[in-house]
Ligand binder design. Structure first.
Ligand SMILES: O=P(O)(O)OC[C@@H](O)[C@@H](O)c1c[nH]c2ccccc12
Length: 253
Protein backbone atom coordinates (compact mmCIF):
# COMPACT_ATOMS: atom_id res chain seq x y z
CA UNK A 1 0.00 0.00 0.00
CA UNK A 2 2.77 2.46 0.92
CA UNK A 3 4.45 1.82 -2.43
CA UNK A 4 1.19 2.55 -4.26
CA UNK A 5 0.69 5.76 -2.29
CA UNK A 6 4.25 6.93 -2.92
CA UNK A 7 3.97 6.26 -6.66
CA UNK A 8 0.85 8.36 -6.79
CA UNK A 9 2.57 11.11 -4.75
CA UNK A 10 5.34 11.36 -7.36
CA UNK A 11 2.67 12.10 -9.96
CA UNK A 12 0.91 14.60 -7.71
CA UNK A 13 4.20 16.40 -7.04
CA UNK A 14 4.87 16.66 -10.79
CA UNK A 15 1.33 17.96 -11.42
CA UNK A 16 1.66 20.68 -8.77
CA UNK A 17 5.28 21.73 -9.19
CA UNK A 18 4.35 24.80 -11.26
CA UNK A 19 3.09 26.35 -8.01
CA UNK A 20 6.47 26.09 -6.29
CA UNK A 21 7.47 29.76 -6.60
CA UNK A 22 4.13 30.88 -5.18
CA UNK A 23 4.48 28.45 -2.27
CA UNK A 24 8.04 29.64 -1.57
CA UNK A 25 6.86 33.25 -1.42
CA UNK A 26 3.92 32.36 0.83
CA UNK A 27 6.17 30.29 3.10
CA UNK A 28 8.63 33.19 3.40
CA UNK A 29 5.75 35.48 4.43
CA UNK A 30 4.79 33.32 7.40
CA UNK A 31 5.74 34.54 10.85
CA UNK A 32 2.86 33.00 12.76
CA UNK A 33 4.05 29.43 13.35
CA UNK A 34 2.60 27.68 16.41
CA UNK A 35 4.91 25.15 18.06
CA UNK A 36 3.71 21.55 17.92
CA UNK A 37 6.67 20.46 20.05
CA UNK A 38 5.80 22.88 22.87
CA UNK A 39 2.09 22.02 22.70
CA UNK A 40 2.75 18.28 22.92
CA UNK A 41 5.11 18.68 25.85
CA UNK A 42 2.52 20.52 27.95
CA UNK A 43 -0.01 18.93 30.27
CA UNK A 44 -0.30 15.47 31.70
CA UNK A 45 -1.60 13.78 28.59
CA UNK A 46 -1.19 15.49 25.21
CA UNK A 47 -3.47 14.47 22.37
CA UNK A 48 -2.81 15.30 18.75
CA UNK A 49 -6.36 14.89 17.45
CA UNK A 50 -6.75 13.97 13.80
CA UNK A 51 -9.29 15.27 11.31
CA UNK A 52 -9.72 12.13 9.21
CA UNK A 53 -12.48 11.32 6.73
CA UNK A 54 -11.32 7.99 5.32
CA UNK A 55 -8.33 5.66 5.16
CA UNK A 56 -7.12 2.79 2.98
CA UNK A 57 -7.46 0.37 5.90
CA UNK A 58 -10.94 1.42 7.08
CA UNK A 59 -12.57 3.02 4.04
CA UNK A 60 -15.00 5.86 4.85
CA UNK A 61 -14.76 6.69 8.56
CA UNK A 62 -17.01 9.74 8.67
CA UNK A 63 -19.87 10.26 6.21
CA UNK A 64 -21.03 13.75 7.28
CA UNK A 65 -17.48 15.09 7.41
CA UNK A 66 -17.12 18.73 8.50
CA UNK A 67 -13.41 19.39 9.16
CA UNK A 68 -13.89 22.77 10.84
CA UNK A 69 -16.63 21.52 13.19
CA UNK A 70 -14.48 18.52 14.10
CA UNK A 71 -11.40 20.67 14.78
CA UNK A 72 -13.41 23.13 16.92
CA UNK A 73 -14.75 20.26 19.01
CA UNK A 74 -11.21 18.96 19.46
CA UNK A 75 -10.05 22.37 20.67
CA UNK A 76 -12.99 22.61 23.08
CA UNK A 77 -12.23 19.15 24.42
CA UNK A 78 -8.66 20.11 25.25
CA UNK A 79 -6.61 18.65 22.38
CA UNK A 80 -2.99 19.81 22.41
CA UNK A 81 -2.87 20.12 18.63
CA UNK A 82 -4.72 19.12 15.47
CA UNK A 83 -3.62 16.83 12.63
CA UNK A 84 -5.27 17.28 9.24
CA UNK A 85 -4.89 14.72 6.48
CA UNK A 86 -4.32 16.48 3.17
CA UNK A 87 -3.86 13.42 0.94
CA UNK A 88 -6.79 13.37 -1.49
CA UNK A 89 -6.53 10.04 -3.26
CA UNK A 90 -6.20 7.62 -0.33
CA UNK A 91 -7.51 9.53 2.71
CA UNK A 92 -10.07 11.87 1.07
CA UNK A 93 -8.33 14.83 2.67
CA UNK A 94 -7.40 18.16 1.10
CA UNK A 95 -5.23 21.25 1.53
CA UNK A 96 -8.28 23.55 1.78
CA UNK A 97 -9.45 21.50 4.80
CA UNK A 98 -6.16 22.29 6.51
CA UNK A 99 -6.33 26.01 5.69
CA UNK A 100 -9.90 26.23 6.98
CA UNK A 101 -9.05 24.37 10.19
CA UNK A 102 -5.96 26.56 10.79
CA UNK A 103 -8.17 29.67 10.64
CA UNK A 104 -10.83 28.21 12.92
CA UNK A 105 -8.66 27.13 15.86
CA UNK A 106 -5.74 28.55 17.83
CA UNK A 107 -3.89 25.24 18.21
CA UNK A 108 -0.86 24.11 16.18
CA UNK A 109 -1.91 22.26 13.01
CA UNK A 110 0.06 19.33 11.54
CA UNK A 111 -0.07 18.57 7.83
CA UNK A 112 -0.52 14.82 7.61
CA UNK A 113 0.58 13.63 4.20
CA UNK A 114 3.28 11.61 2.48
CA UNK A 115 6.07 14.14 2.17
CA UNK A 116 8.94 13.00 -0.02
CA UNK A 117 9.90 16.18 -1.92
CA UNK A 118 10.97 19.70 -0.81
CA UNK A 119 8.11 21.30 -2.76
CA UNK A 120 5.63 19.65 -0.37
CA UNK A 121 7.35 21.29 2.60
CA UNK A 122 6.94 24.76 1.05
CA UNK A 123 3.36 23.84 0.15
CA UNK A 124 2.68 22.86 3.78
CA UNK A 125 3.82 26.28 5.01
CA UNK A 126 1.90 28.01 2.22
CA UNK A 127 -1.42 26.37 3.12
CA UNK A 128 -1.03 27.28 6.80
CA UNK A 129 0.50 24.23 8.49
CA UNK A 130 2.59 24.67 11.64
CA UNK A 131 4.21 21.25 11.41
CA UNK A 132 4.70 18.35 9.02
CA UNK A 133 4.88 14.60 9.28
CA UNK A 134 7.90 12.78 7.88
CA UNK A 135 7.55 9.00 7.55
CA UNK A 136 10.78 7.06 8.10
CA UNK A 137 9.53 4.13 6.05
CA UNK A 138 8.96 6.38 3.03
CA UNK A 139 12.36 8.10 3.06
CA UNK A 140 16.04 7.38 2.69
CA UNK A 141 18.21 8.88 5.43
CA UNK A 142 19.72 11.74 3.34
CA UNK A 143 16.24 12.68 2.08
CA UNK A 144 14.87 12.68 5.64
CA UNK A 145 17.72 14.95 6.70
CA UNK A 146 17.15 17.32 3.77
CA UNK A 147 13.41 17.61 4.39
CA UNK A 148 13.92 18.08 8.12
CA UNK A 149 16.51 20.82 7.57
CA UNK A 150 14.24 22.60 5.10
CA UNK A 151 11.24 22.42 7.45
CA UNK A 152 13.34 23.80 10.31
CA UNK A 153 14.67 26.62 8.15
CA UNK A 154 11.12 27.60 7.15
CA UNK A 155 9.87 27.43 10.75
CA UNK A 156 7.83 24.21 10.64
CA UNK A 157 8.04 21.62 13.43
CA UNK A 158 8.48 17.99 12.45
CA UNK A 159 6.85 14.79 13.65
CA UNK A 160 9.16 12.00 12.51
CA UNK A 161 7.37 8.67 12.34
CA UNK A 162 8.88 5.22 12.59
CA UNK A 163 7.31 1.79 12.83
CA UNK A 164 10.39 -0.39 13.28
CA UNK A 165 13.42 0.22 15.42
CA UNK A 166 15.68 -0.13 12.37
CA UNK A 167 14.16 3.07 10.91
CA UNK A 168 15.63 5.09 13.77
CA UNK A 169 18.92 5.39 11.87
CA UNK A 170 17.05 7.72 9.52
CA UNK A 171 16.28 10.17 12.32
CA UNK A 172 17.92 13.46 11.29
CA UNK A 173 21.01 14.57 13.20
CA UNK A 174 20.28 17.49 15.57
CA UNK A 175 16.67 16.34 15.57
CA UNK A 176 14.57 18.71 17.66
CA UNK A 177 11.13 17.52 16.63
CA UNK A 178 8.82 14.82 17.95
CA UNK A 179 9.44 11.11 17.48
CA UNK A 180 6.24 9.28 16.56
CA UNK A 181 5.70 5.55 16.56
CA UNK A 182 3.03 4.27 14.21
CA UNK A 183 1.49 1.23 15.86
CA UNK A 184 -0.05 0.36 12.50
CA UNK A 185 2.12 -1.58 10.08
CA UNK A 186 1.60 0.28 6.81
CA UNK A 187 1.98 -2.89 4.73
CA UNK A 188 -0.30 -5.26 6.67
CA UNK A 189 -2.46 -2.67 8.58
CA UNK A 190 -1.95 -4.78 11.70
CA UNK A 191 -2.04 -2.63 14.87
CA UNK A 192 -0.11 -3.33 18.07
CA UNK A 193 0.09 -0.60 20.73
CA UNK A 194 3.14 -2.26 22.29
CA UNK A 195 5.14 -1.08 19.27
CA UNK A 196 5.23 2.40 20.87
CA UNK A 197 6.30 1.06 24.24
CA UNK A 198 9.08 -1.05 22.75
CA UNK A 199 10.55 1.88 20.81
CA UNK A 200 10.14 4.32 23.72
CA UNK A 201 12.05 1.99 26.00
CA UNK A 202 14.71 1.15 23.41
CA UNK A 203 15.45 4.82 22.64
CA UNK A 204 14.82 6.37 26.05
CA UNK A 205 12.91 9.10 24.19
CA UNK A 206 9.43 10.43 24.71
CA UNK A 207 7.33 9.18 21.78
CA UNK A 208 3.98 10.04 20.28
CA UNK A 209 1.91 6.84 20.32
CA UNK A 210 0.17 6.84 16.91
CA UNK A 211 -2.81 4.82 15.65
CA UNK A 212 -5.18 2.28 17.08
CA UNK A 213 -6.16 4.03 20.32
CA UNK A 214 -9.69 2.77 20.97
CA UNK A 215 -10.64 4.37 24.28
CA UNK A 216 -9.64 5.35 27.81
CA UNK A 217 -8.40 1.84 28.65
CA UNK A 218 -5.74 2.07 25.96
CA UNK A 219 -4.58 5.47 27.26
CA UNK A 220 -4.38 4.11 30.81
CA UNK A 221 -2.41 1.11 29.69
CA UNK A 222 0.01 3.34 27.76
CA UNK A 223 0.43 5.92 30.55
CA UNK A 224 1.24 3.09 32.96
CA UNK A 225 4.06 2.26 30.58
CA UNK A 226 5.37 5.83 30.49
CA UNK A 227 3.71 7.22 27.37
CA UNK A 228 1.84 10.56 27.55
CA UNK A 229 1.58 11.77 23.93
CA UNK A 230 -0.99 10.34 21.50
CA UNK A 231 -2.12 10.76 17.91
CA UNK A 232 -5.75 9.70 17.61
CA UNK A 233 -7.99 9.77 14.54
CA UNK A 234 -10.72 7.22 13.93
CA UNK A 235 -11.88 6.80 17.51
CA UNK A 236 -12.43 10.54 17.98
CA UNK A 237 -13.94 11.24 14.57
CA UNK A 238 -16.57 8.55 15.21
CA UNK A 239 -17.73 9.97 18.56
CA UNK A 240 -21.07 11.82 18.61
CA UNK A 241 -19.67 14.30 21.18
CA UNK A 242 -16.01 14.68 20.27
CA UNK A 243 -15.16 17.27 22.92
CA UNK A 244 -16.58 15.07 25.68
CA UNK A 245 -14.80 12.04 24.25
CA UNK A 246 -11.47 13.88 24.44
CA UNK A 247 -12.02 14.91 28.05
CA UNK A 248 -12.86 11.33 28.88
CA UNK A 249 -9.73 10.04 27.15
CA UNK A 250 -7.70 12.45 29.28
CA UNK A 251 -9.39 11.17 32.42
CA UNK A 252 -11.29 14.39 33.07
CA UNK A 253 -14.76 12.91 33.38
O1 LIG B 1 -7.17 6.62 13.15
P1 LIG B 1 -6.14 6.13 14.10
O2 LIG B 1 -6.01 4.65 14.15
O3 LIG B 1 -6.36 6.74 15.50
O4 LIG B 1 -4.71 6.66 13.59
C1 LIG B 1 -4.41 8.04 13.50
C2 LIG B 1 -3.03 8.23 12.85
O5 LIG B 1 -2.07 7.66 13.68
C3 LIG B 1 -2.98 7.60 11.46
O6 LIG B 1 -3.90 8.28 10.67
C4 LIG B 1 -1.60 7.68 10.82
C5 LIG B 1 -0.41 7.55 11.45
N1 LIG B 1 0.61 7.68 10.56
C6 LIG B 1 0.11 7.89 9.36
C7 LIG B 1 0.74 8.13 8.15
C8 LIG B 1 -0.04 8.38 7.05
C9 LIG B 1 -1.43 8.36 7.14
C10 LIG B 1 -2.07 8.15 8.34
C11 LIG B 1 -1.32 7.92 9.45
Amino acid sequence: MLTTILQHKQQEIADRIHQLDTWKAQAADRSDFRSLVTAMHSGDIAILAEVKKASPSKGLICADFDPVAIARAYEQGGAAAISVLTDERFFQGSSPYLSAVRQAVSLPVLRKDFIIHPSQVYEAAAIGADAILLIGEALEAPQAQELYDLASEIGLDVLFEVHHQDQLVKLPTNFGGLLGVNNRDLSTFHVDLQTSVTIAHATGRAVVCESGIGGRDDIESMTRQGIRMFLIGEYLVKQPDRAAALRQLMGQS
